[in-house]
Design a protein around this ligand. Structure first.
Ligand SMILES: [Fe+2]
Ligand SMILES: [Fe+2]
Length: 193
């Protein structure tokens, strides 16, 4: 339990946030664990995509590299948003970064797009499950994970459009649009670029 801060009252606010969710019948420790797993994946992808975008021999041309950089920026926003919600629910991310992230090896140069599409599909599955888990019970977390799901669907659409594959979603290649997390500002603080 978080002790209220006399100066800010923040502890009380956290307690209230968790109480609301618990009273709605949500298993809060299990929800925090699932959000923590999602945060780990976002942070790992942020690192992995950074290595990929920087590597001159990663088998990527300029347009694909730009998509990877835009996705990486949004994944950082995703991690920040998840971390904020975990803290609101009285969760705490591990202090030890090395024990927390487990970056997968960068996609192979042979077919980086195929591997990137697999990673996006995995993220879509994660947020679909979190949407189902929170629907009708934890509205704030639900709004967050639905926003994240929408952005992951777009990530897949961007890579699919690049590869000439129909992803079933509307890709958005307008200049200056990707990487700005268009869904997240509605559920939390404006993400920085
Ligand atoms: Fe993400
Ligand atoms: Fe993604």
């Amino acid at each position: 339990m978080t002790a209220p801060s006399a100066a800010t009252g923040k502890g009380t606010m956290v307690r209230i946030a968790r109480d609301i969710v618990e009273r709605a019948g949500v298993d809060v420790p299990a929800l925090i664990a699932a959000l923590t797993d999602a945060a780990r994946a976002e942070l790992s992808d942020f690192y992995r995509y950074g290595v990929l975008a920087a590597h001159p021999l990663a088998g990527m041309d300029g347009p694909l590299r730009q998509i990877v950089q835009d996705v990486r920026t949004e994944d950082r926003h995703h991690f920040d948003a998840l971390a904020a919600r975990i803290c609101e629910l009285e969760g705490r991310l591990p202090d030890d970064l090395f024990g927390f992230v487990r970056p997968a090896p960068p996609p192979s140069a042979a077919d980086p797009v195929a591997e990137l599409l697999v990673a996006e599909r995995r993220a879509i599955e994660t947020y679909t499950r979190l949407c189902e888990r929170t629907a009708g019970r934890d509205h704030r977390t639900h709004d967050l994970v639905r926003a994240l799901l929408n952005e992951e669907l777009e990530h897949r659409a961007w890579f699919a459009e690049y590869a000439g594959i129909d992803s079933g979603a509307e890709p958005r290649f307008r200049a200056g649009f990707r990487g700005r997390s268009p869904y997240l500002p509605r559920t939390g603080p404006e993400p920085s670029a």
